[in-house]
Design a protein around this ligand. Sequence first.
Ligand code: NAD
Length: 318
Amino acid sequence: MKNYAHRTRTLVTGGAGFLGSHLCDRLIAEGHDVICLDNFFTVTKDNVAHLLGNPHFELTRHDVTFPLYVEVDQIYNLACPASPVHYQHDPVQTTKTSVHGAINMLGLAKRTKARIFQAFTSEVYGDPEVHPQPESYWGRVNPIGIRSCYDEGKRCAETLFFDYHRQHNLDIKVARIFNTYGPRMHPNDGRVVSNFIVQALKGENITIYGDGQQTRSFCYVDDLIEGFVRLMGTESGFTGPVNLGNPGEFTMLELAEKVLQIVGGHSKLVFQSLPADDPKQRQPDIGLAREKTGWVPKVPLDEGLKRTVDYFSKLLKD
Ligand SMILES: NC(=O)c1ccc[n+]([C@@H]2O[C@H](COP(=O)([O-])OP(=O)(O)OC[C@H]3O[C@@H](n4cnc5c(N)ncnc54)[C@H](O)[C@@H]3O)[C@@H](O)[C@H]2O)c1
């Protein structure tokens, strides 16, 4: 049995990405040795450049669809393009990243007896008939649509996690993440928070898909990373899946208005047709996370948006 209170050798795949880089910061701040692995498919080294001189931080260029041989105590498997623009760019590679990536990281966990955390997604619920979505809901996913490479790739990887757990007794921690936002999001990846903020900062019109009445829940990145670390620290045998997200629910119109209030300017709202299979509402039921880890998100949307606007306004000036 490993002791997770001491300094661990932790592998973070997708570690140079939006969530991964915040997780690396947190793990380094807690005194762990971090191997950050990324193939730089959606990012550059910028998100982790500030960590490069740290002797406890190691950056490795590697694609998770190929096996990896390192000695580690714990693994956070985050590697996967997460926004529709990125994951639809090369859909076959997206499914491979989820499925082959899971097999390779599970194999590594099996060999090293490491505890392994997997970033899954609320997309496994598809366009849900149940609202809010508890972990027990099996979802309503189109298996052949343009989002399926991501949704079904993640669903298959979840199956692999639970089969490795049942068959090989692997110590798995499975998170289902709902929309998260914050500094280091990509400015051009088509996700709604970054889209609205960048459009408003550039003084462009704000694009709303559909009538803007569809809802989403938005979790600030620091809250989410706290949820990751707490879930990773739960007792052996507790696997999840566990929803992590902020249950506050907002329509796209409300979000656009909040962004405009913070940024100011004269952007107008323009309406375009909804993309295929876009879910109409999403809201996490976070009862299990609260019960098992005491986790609740703390950063209100207005506050998180202000911090994100600050980040993007600096980024756009550079
Ligand atoms: N941000 C969210 O709201 C959200 C919601 C649900 C799930 N997730 C999941 O969290 C994880 C991280 O998402 P993110 O928002 O940080 O996205 P991101 O695109 O910023 O980060 C993903 C990282 O994985 C890397 N990557 C992609 N394919 C790879 C491969 N084959 N091998 C190695 N590295 C690879 C990318 O270069 C990138 O750095 C993803 O697995 C995503 O599915 C994120």
